[in-house]
Design a protein around this ligand. Structure first.
Ligand SMILES: Cc1cc2nc3c(=O)[nH]c(=O)nc-3n(C[C@H](O)[C@H](O)[C@H](O)COP(=O)(O)O)c2cc1C
Length: 429
């Protein structure tokens, strides 16, 4: 019998600006599914949700998540991150097979009362050399992989252009079009991917933004792209559309985003005209997603002893997010990274409003319902090396997603033998 009081998990979450309400405090974190169409010769035929992808979201909808975030949807068809990612483009009309497929995806995600939020993104310099000859970023610094995950063998394009004013306009239009498109297709909202070294994060971070114009230098300038995108979306979607952003609460390196900067950024996003419904706090470095225990400078006992990777940083950010003198904070804060257990979630909810679970949601697609009902105390920790290595964890989760999308049970990564077999299979590939 459960020893943890789970009332806090089941409490509805009201997004105060849009007025939409999620049925509980658990988000299914954004995970690139790699299940959309892929046509190397005709990129306009790529990025369309497939039957498998729609099945996946039906399955997660059954799993009791209050809010379901999709994997990142690229906002320009020429700037695809990886084969199999969903994509949109300002040239795409609000009709036809792609639009119908996105409508079906939205319906699948909402089929059991979850909110469905499309994560919209631009890869910037995180572009594969095989797919993109010239990438666009804040500055000309190329990308280098530093993890063991799906990008470990990837060759990123060395040819990176600093975005011109015209590029920036195209980028903003791409995000705004994607938001309008998804609203028309029935999505409840969008989340801007502004973390893990993608284009918006490339602008936000002093480690990658070396510009000297109004988009570089001070934090206020580095956040200009994100603010313009947010404002454009607010002006072109209805008031009931949810707007959120995934941010690095910290980037563990010289010149990278600090918790103080993340705090300032969150305060701006809740301001006039932007009215972000939520910010999702993650972390990493300019090359992407990492867990703090992989990073020497972040080896703080307190963080390592708690399952939520970035809770320490949220503790400094959230109290500063006051709306104004005497007013209560309206922008909700969601915490992501490492979350697995009811007790861990209860602790996190003392600081933030909701939590998002990634790898645990591929190991246990119904974890939300099971944690809330008390059926499980926690999603079991993956067996080594998957317990510590987030890059390998992404590879395993992608494979589990394949199983779920086919209506099968995902393999059990907590079982040492299964984990060892998976590693063996990876070596053979
Ligand atoms: C298979 C996989 C794909 C991912 N794709 C995305 C993505 O498209 N967008 C994003 O913001 N984060 C992505 N992530 C990161 C997760 O959203 C999350 O931040 C990270 O896995 C840490 O949370 P966890 O410890 O609960 O897994 C991905 C993670 C996994 C495992």
């Amino acid at each position: 019998m459960s020893t943890v009081d789970r009332t806090a998990l089941a409490r509805p979450l009201e997004f105060e600006y849009s007025g939409k309400t999620a049925k509980n405090r658990l988000f299914n974190a954004a995970m690139a599914e790699m299940l959309a169409t892929w046509d190397e010769k005709d990129r306009t035929e790529s990025g369309i949700p497939t039957e498998a992808l729609i099945n996946l979201y039906s399955r997660w909808a059954e799993g009791g998540w209050g809010t379901i975030l999709t994997g990142n949807i690229q906002t320009q068809y020429l700037m695809l991150g990886n084969p199999g990612e969903m994509s949109l483009d300002p040239s795409y009309p609000f009709s036809g097979p792609r639009f119908e497929a996105f409508k079906r995806l939205a319906r699948a995600g909402k089929s059991h009362g979850s909110l469905i939020i499309g994560q919209i993104s631009h890869i910037g310099r995180k572009a594969s050399a095989a797919l993109i000859k010239e990438a666009v970023s804040a500055s000309t610094l190329p990308m280098h992989s530093n993890n063991s995950g799906p990008n470990s063998n990837k060759k990123f394009t060395e040819n990176v252009r600093a975005a011109t004013k015209e590029d920036i306009e195209t980028i903003v239009n791409g995000f705004v079009h994607a938001a309008v498109y998804l609203e028309k297709a029935g999505f409840d909202g969008v989340e801007l991917h502004a973390a893990h070294g993608y284009l918006i994060a490339q602008f936000l971070s002093g480690a990658t933004n070396k510009r000297t114009d109004e988009y570089g230098g001070s934090l206020q300038n580095r956040m200009r792209l994100l603010v313009e995108i947010g404002r454009g979306i607010r002006q072109n979607t209805s008031p009931g559309f949810v707007l959120g952003a995934k941010l690095n609460s910290v980037e563990f390196q010289k010149g990278g985003i600090t918790p103080d900067e993340a705090q300032e950024l969150c305060c701006v996003l809740q301001g006039e005209g932007l009215w972000f419904d939520f910010v999702e706090l993650s972390g990493g470095n300019v090359e992407g997603l990492v867990s703090p225990d992989k990073v020497e400078t972040a080896e703080k006992e307190s963080t390592r002893n708690r399952e939520a990777f970035f809770l320490d940083f949220a503790e400094t950010i959230v109290p500063a997010m006051k709306q104004g003198a005497g007013e209560k904070r309206k922008t909700k804060v969601v915490l992501t990274g490492g979350i697995r257990s009811a007790s861990g979630i209860v602790k996190a909810l003392e600081v933030v409003d909701a939590v998002a679970m990634g790898r645990s949601a591929t190991q246990a697609p119904s974890a939300a319902a099971q944690l809330i009902s008390g059926e499980i105390e926690e999603v079991p920790t993956p067996a080594p090396p998957f317990d510590k290595d987030i890059g390998l964890g992404v590879v395993a989760s992608t494979a589990q997603i394949g199983f779920i999308s086919r209506g099968e049970r995902p393999f059990d990564l907590a079982d040492g033998e299964v984990a060892a077999r998976f590693i063996e299979d990876l070596r053979k590939k």
